[in-house]
Design a protein around this ligand. Structure first.
Ligand code: GLN
Length: 335
C-alpha cells in the first residue's frame, strides 16, 4: 500500500493517514519481545497502537491504543524531570551527565573522569536520577513519584506487581550498576530502596493514549493539554527534550536523529514516544523489538510520519510549521 502524499488539512485526513500507517505496518512480524524480564514475554506480539495528541488536546488513535502495558524506560524521561525540579539543573549535573554513550541501555559504564553515569536515559543514569527522588522512606518516595506521573497522565495509575517482582528478582545487572555507583558516591546509601523505586517506576502501567498525552505535555511546555495541569516546570522542558534528542534511543540515537529528527524515548515493553515541540505528542505501542530494544513497528511509523510531514527539526521545508498552519486553519486555532 502506498501512502498518499498530502499534508493534512482536516482532522479526518490526518486520522486517515494514521489508519493507513497502522494497516501498512501491522503485518510486520520482524523482531522479538523482550525476554530478560520474564513477565514481559507474556504479551501478544500482534498488539499495535498509534496515538497522537495535539497541543490543543485533540486525540487521534489507530489500533490497540487502550491495551495496558508497563512503561519501562519511557519512565526515565519523567523521573529526570522530577529530579531537576527537586534539585535544580546544577546539582543533578553533578550526579548524571548529558552525553550519549554509544552503548546499550544496560551497559555497565561510567564516565571515567567524573565517575558519573553518562546520561539519564540509560539504566545507570536512570537509577542515579531515581535515587534523587525525595521523601521519607520508600512509601513516601513512591507516592510522590506516582503523583508526578498522574500529572502527566491525567488519571490514577498503578504499579504492575508481577512485572515489578519479575524485575526485582532478575535485575542483577541493575543491582551491579547501583553498587558501582555507590562506590563512587553517585548514589546515596539507600541502594535497595532506590533500586526498588526504579523497578517500580518501570512497572507503572499505561496505554498508548496515556503515553501520547505525556509526550504532548512535554510538547506543550509541561502543561497537560487535556487536563490543563502543569506537570513539570516549563523551565526544565529544554533539558528533558535535549537528553531525549541525543540519548533517548541509546546506541541508535545518531541514526534516529538522522532519520526522524525529533526527541524520543523507547521502552523494552514496546512503547515509543516522540515529541514534536509546540505541536503534538506521538506514541506507538508494539512489543516486537530490534536488537537495541526499540519497537520495530514504532520506528517505522515514526520515520514515515516524520518524512511525510517534514517534521524533522532540521527539515529545510519547515514541515513542522506547515503542518500546524494547515491543521490549525481547518480547526480555527492551533497556537
Ligand atoms: N526495566 C528495564 C531495565 O531496567 C528498562 C529497560 C528499557 O526499557 N530499555 O532493564
Amino acid at each position: 500500500m502506498t501512502i498518499s502524499p498530502a499534508i493534512p488539512n482536516t482532522d479526518a485526513a490526518f486520522q486517515a493517514f494514521l489508519d493507513e500507517l497502522h494497516q501498512q505496518y501491522a503485518p510486520l512480524s520482524e523482531g522479538t519481545v523482550a525476554s530478560y524480564i520474564p513477565e514481559l514475554t507474556k504479551v501478544d506480539p500482534a498488539t499495535f497502537g498509534i496515538c497522537v495528541v495535539t497541543r490543543d488536546g485533540r486525540v487521534f488513535e489507530a489500533g490497540d491504543t487502550r491495551h495496558i502495558f508497563t512503561i519501562q524506560s519511557i519512565s526515565k524521561v519523567f523521573v529526570y524531570g522530577m529530579a531537576l525540579q527537586e534539585h535544580g539543573r546544577d546539582y543533578v549535573l553533578t550526579r548524571v551527565g548529558v552525553e550519549p554513550t554509544g552503548d546499550a541501555f544496560n551497559a555497565i559504564v561510567l564516565d571515567d573522569r567524573s565517575m558519573r553515569p553518562y546520561n539519564p536515559m540509560v539504566n545507570a543514569g536512570a537509577i542515579a536520577t531515581t535515587s534523587l527522588i525525595k521523601g521519607d522512606g520508600p512509601t513516601e518516595r513512591l507516592n510522590r513519584m506516582l503523583d508526578m506521573f498522574r500529572g502527566y497522565i491525567g488519571h490514577d495509575i498503578f504499579v504492575d506487581m508481577s512485572v515489578f517482582m519479575s524485575e526485582r528478582t532478575t535485575g542483577h545487572r541493575n543491582r551491579g550498576m547501583a553498587h558501582l555507583m555507590r562506590n563512587f558516591g553517585m548514589i546515596d546509601e539507600r541502594i535497595d530502596e532506590s533500586l526498588d523505586l526504579y523497578f517500580q517506576q518501570c512497572s507503572v502501567t499505561v496505554d498508548c493514549r496515556d503515553l501520547a498525552v505525556m509526550a504532548a505535555t512535554l510538547g506543550n511546555h509541561g502543561k497537560n493539554p487535556i487536563t490543563g495541569a502543569q506537570a513539570v516546570n516549563q523551565r526544565y522542558i529544554r533539558d528533558i527534550l535535549s537528553v531525549m534528542h541525543t540519548c533517548g534511543m541509546y546506541d541508535s540515537a545518531g541514526e534516529w536523529v538522522y532519520r526522524v529528527g525529533l526527541p524520543a524515548k523507547s521502552g523494552v515493553s514496546g512503547g515509543l514516544i516522540v515529541v514534536v515541540p509546540n505541536q503534538f505528542g506521538l506514541a506507538v505501542f508494539s512489543p516486537l523489538l530490534n536488537a537495541q530494544g526499540h519497537s520495530i513497528r514504532g520506528l517505522r511509523v515514526c520515520e514515515a510520519l516524520s518524512d511525510h510531514y517534514g517534521l524533522h527539526l532540521f527539515d529545510s521545508s519547515m514541515g513542522c510549521t506547515r503542518f500546524v498552519q494547515q491543521l490549525g486553519q481547518s480547526n480555527g486555532e492551533v497556537s
